[in-house]
Design a protein around this ligand. Structure first.
Ligand code: PLP
Length: 438
């Protein structure tokens, strides 16, 4: 492969695709200048760019690839279906086979509806809650950055161009672990709130009783609770938050790891609510989700094979053990570089996050860019930390060793500034109003 080919492919993507990539998180503005611009293939926890360079991958398909790239047990199931056709005029039994697996794992999954994107499932959950309660407002936890690309959520972000004010006014926000703020919302507008939506666990641990209280407050006012488990599902525990804390929402959404990178997302919930999207009731019909490709059989087969693998193997335990190793290793390396407390690896062991701060302990995009750049320079792609079943101790140690060297440069930047050390633009937040904004 030649760099000329890569440059041409990259330029073509920028010309033909808004943002140069389907997903904003994959865009050029999210990566330092030395990151590969295109990835051609992956295997296990490694991937190869269009110049044939090999990278240790911690991005793992935006966290969807929990088992590993091109993971053979999943591929076998997909291949079997590919030769039998991928879309039919009536449902395939695979749809029920996968639904049954969710219902076996999760007590709140009494009915399941599949989709191709997590965004569609959270938006469908909101629609269902509105239909069930006859109310319009959504109380969304603002600590979580993203639930859906649909207007009801994007209207709350800085990137709200094209979204009518009337739609924005329907989503209220509150802070994770702040029950007083949630109570105040319900005290003010409780009779209008259809649902509360939150990632039940993300970075912060829930305070004791927090999740139970969210449900209690919402139910006391006749609202439903939606848990968005797009990231926590299967990764934090095979049974997600139910497995960790035993708490059951009315509706829950899953995506990402369900099918190890194949496109399957799921809306699960209590029958009493979910049935409104079905044929067996006399209430107004809820057009829940209904898409041509919603139940594509190879993807459903990937979901079945992935869940069966995760039931037979302690994937969340493996990921958590390696996450702990990474956190300890990074903290030791940061201490040795004299930047303890400035670079931190926080959050659940199953989903650590690396925070880069300046000498005043403020989060710094410039220092984050420098850290990512120095990791790319050492063959490690770690825009966030998504450890998979295919990672092992050796890969974690490699990331720690690369970080040790990166931290020495980080420490130098604290003295001399980042300008001379960062090679291109500083990475930017996805949710900003103007492209040129920092
Ligand atoms: C917590 C959360 N909810 C919902 C979504 C949307 O899922 P999808 O990208 O599959 O539409 C994401 C995606 O990153 C997510 O992280």
């Amino acid at each position: 492969m030649t760099a000329g080919r890569t440059d041409a492919l990259h330029a073509r993507a920028r010309r033909l695709i808004p943002g140069g990539a389907h997903t904003y998180s994959k865009g050029d503005d999210q990566f330092p200048a030395n990151a590969p611009s295109l990835i051609e293939r992956g295997e296990g926890c490694w991937c190869w760019d269009t110049d044939g360079r090999k990278w240790l991958d911690f991005g793992m398909g935006l966290r969807s690839v929990l088992l590993g790239h091109a993971f053979e047990p999943v591929l076998t199931a997909v291949r079997n279906e590919l030769t039998r056709g991928s879309n039919f005029t009536r449902p395939s039994p695979l749809e029920g086979d996968l639904a049954e697996r969710f219902c076996d794992l999760l007590p709140h999954a009494e009915m399941v509806k599949f989709a191709k994107n997590g965004s569609d499932t959270t938006s469908a959950a909101v629609r269902l809650a509105r239909a069930h309660t006859g109310r319009d407002l959504v109380a969304a936890c603002r600590t979580n950055p993203f639930y859906s690309f649909d207007d009801w959520w994007i209207g709350t972000t800085a990137c709200d161009a094209g979204i009518p004010q009337a739609v924005k006014d329907l989503t209220l926000t509150w802070t994770y672990n702040d029950l007083d703020e949630l109570r105040a919302l319900f005290d003010a507008r409780g009779s209008e709130i259809a649902c509360v939506i939150l990632e039940p666990v993300a970075m912060e641990q829930p305070l004791p009783g927090f999740l139970e209280s969210v449900i209690e407050i919402a139910h006391a006012h006749g609202a439903l609770v939606i848990f968005d488990e797009m990231i926590s599902g299967f990764r934090y525990d095979l049974r997600g938050v139910y497995g960790l804390y035993g708490v059951e929402p009315d509706l829950a959404t899953y995506g990402k790891a369900v099918a190890n990178g194949f496109s399957v997302a799921a809306l699960c919930g209590k029958r009493e609510v979910m049935r409104l999207g079905g044929l067996d009731h006399d209430k107004p019909r809820v057009f829940l989700m209904s898409a041509t490709h919603g139940a594509e059989t190879p993807a459903l087969a990937a979901g079945i094979a992935s869940i069966d693998f995760m039931r037979a193997n302690d994937v969340a335990g493996h990921v958590g053990r390696l996450g702990r190793r990474l956190k300890d290793g990074l903290h030791a390396a940061a201490a040795d570089a004299g930047i303890a407390g400035l670079v931190e690896c926080i959050g659940y062991d199953q989903s650590p996050a690396i925070v880069c701060r300046d000498a005043e302990k403020r989060p710094s995009m410039a220092l984050r860019t420098l850290y990512l750049q120095e990791m790319f320079a050492r063959g490690v792609m770690i825009p966030w930390v998504a450890i998979s079943w295919s990672h092992g101790d050796a890969e974690i140690d490699r990331a720690i060793a690369a970080s040790r060297e990166a931290f020495d440069i980080y420490a130098r930047a604290l003295e001399d500034g980042t300008d001379a050390l960062v090679q291109g633009d500083i990475v930017k937040p996805v949710f900003r109003r103007f492209n040129r904004e920092a």
